[in-house]
Design a binder for this molecule. Structure first.
Ligand SMILES: NC(=O)c1ccc[n+]([C@@H]2O[C@H](COP(=O)([O-])OP(=O)(O)OC[C@H]3O[C@@H](n4cnc5c(N)ncnc54)[C@H](OP(=O)(O)O)[C@@H]3O)[C@@H](O)[C@H]2O)c1
Length: 295
C-alpha cells in the first residue's frame, strides 16, 4: 500500500576503510611513477645539456661533472620518495598510527579499570546501596554507650522525653519490632502501629498492622508523610540505611543494658539541631534532644 522502500547500496565501515586505503596507495604509487618518468627525462636532459650542448662543460664539483652530481642528488630524492611509498607509508601509514592509538587507548582503559576496582569500588561498597526513604525517621533514647534497653524494657524514666516522643509521633505510623511491641502494656493512642515479626500467625489487637519484613513495614506506612521507626535494637540496626533522619534523646549517663542503638556514622550524618535538658526533680539524668540528618 505504501510502496517498497528504495534499496540503498550498503557498504560497511570496514570495507569503506579498505577502499580508502587502496585509493591512497594507488595515488602514492602514481605520484612515484610520475616522479620516476620526470627523473628519467630530467636526467637525460641534464646529461645531454652537458655532453652535447656543452652547458657548464668546465664546471666541476669535487672533480666530477656537475650533471653527475645533479643526477645523483635527484636520484637520492627519488629513492627517498620510493622508500616512503613502499616502506614508511606501507608499514607506518595511517593504519599503523590507528593501531598504535588503539593499543595505547586499550592500555589506558585497562589501567583505569584496575584503578576503579582498587579505589572506587571499595568506596562504593562502604556507602549504603540502599536508598534512604524521604522523611523516614528513627526515634530513640540512648545512653552515652548507645544503651537502649534491658530485659525487654526501658532503663530510665524521663518524663519530658516521653512527652517529646508523644509530640513527634502522634498521628503517624510507628514501625517496631515484635519485642518492642510486647514491651508496651497496650498500644499507644493516636498512632498506627506497624509490628514486624517473622511469625505469620502472631496475634495482634485490632487496628495494629502485622508485617513480615522491614521493607513491608515501610510500604505499609507509605501513605504517611512522616513515618517513624521506634525500635528496638534489631529493627534500628536494619533500618539505619533506610532512614533519612534520627531524633535521638542522648541520656547523659551510662547503663547496664542488653540492647543497643547502632553507632551513628558521622561521615553519613550531620547534626542539625540540639537542645540540652538538665537533671531535675522529674529527671534523674541530664539529656539532650539531638536531630541528625543525612549529610
Ligand atoms: N530506648 C529506646 O528508645 C527504645 C526504643 C524501642 C525499644 N527499646 C528497647 O529495645 C529492646 C527491644 O529490642 P530488640 O532488639 O530486643 O527487639 P525488637 O527489635 O523490638 O524486635 C525484634 C523482633 O522483630 C522481629 N524482626 C526483626 N527483624 C525482622 C525481619 N527482618 N523480618 C521480620 N521480623 C523481624 C522478630 O520478631 P519475631 O521473633 O516475632 O519473628 C524479632 O524477634 C527492649 O529492651 C526495649 O525496651 C528501647
Amino acid at each position: 500500500m505504501f510502496g517498497k522502500k528504495k534499496q540503498k547500496p550498503q557498504i560497511d565501515q570496514e570495507q569503506f576503510a579498505l577502499i580508502e586505503n587502496a585509493q591512497r596507495r594507488i595515488k602514492q604509487k602514481k605520484v612515484l611513477y610520475t616522479h620516476f618518468v620526470i627523473f628519467l627525462i630530467g636526467a637525460i636532459f641534464l646529461i645531454l645539456a652537458n655532453t652535447i650542448l656543452g652547458i657548464g662543460k668546465d664546471f666541476k664539483i669535487f672533480g666530477l661533472d656537475w650533471f653527475v652530481i645533479a643526477v645523483s642528488v635527484w636520484l637520492f630524492f627519488f629513492l627517498y620518495h620510493a622508500f616512503n611509498v613502499f616502506i614508511t607509508n606501507k608499514f607506518m601509514g595511517k593504519d599503523w598510527e590507528k593501531a598504535q592509538i588503539e593499543k595505547l587507548v586499550a592500555k589506558q582503559q585497562d589501567k583505569i579499570a584496575a584503578l576503579k576496582s582498587t579505589i572506587i569500588m571499595p568506596e562504593l561498597e562502604t556507602t549504603t546501596t540502599t536508598k534512604p526513604h524521604k522523611n523516614l525517621t528513627m526515634i530513640v533514647a540512648a545512653g552515652e554507650n548507645n544503651e537502649i534497653g534491658k530485659d525487654n524494657d526501658l532503663i530510665w524514666h524521663l518524663r519530658d522525653d516521653l512527652k517529646h516522643f508523644k509530640a513527634l509521633t502522634s498521628g503517624h505510623h510507628i514501625i517496631m519490632g515484635r519485642k518492642t511491641f510486647e514491651s508496651f502494656p497496650k498500644p499507644l493512642p493516636n498512632r498506627t502501629h506497624v509490628v514486624i515479626s517473622r511469625q505469620k500467625n502472631y496475634q495482634i489487637p485490632a487496628g495494629v498492622l502485622l508485617v513480615n519484613s522491614l521493607e513491608d513495614a515501610i510500604d505499609a506506612a507509605s501513605s504517611d508523610s512522616q513515618p517513624f521507626i521506634i525500635g528496638g535494637g534489631e529493627i534500628y540496626k536494619q533500618a539505619m540505611p533506610f532512614a533519612s533522619k534520627i531524633e535521638l534523646t542522648r541520656v547523659h549517663s551510662t547503663f547496664d543494658a542488653d540492647t543497643f542503638f547502632p553507632k551513628i556514622n558521622m561521615k553519613e550524618w550531620k547534626e542539625t539541631a540540639s537542645k540540652v535538658n538538665d537533671k531535675d526533680e522529674h529527671h534523674n539524668h541530664a539529656f539532650s534532644f539531638i536531630t541528625y540528618e543525612r549529610s
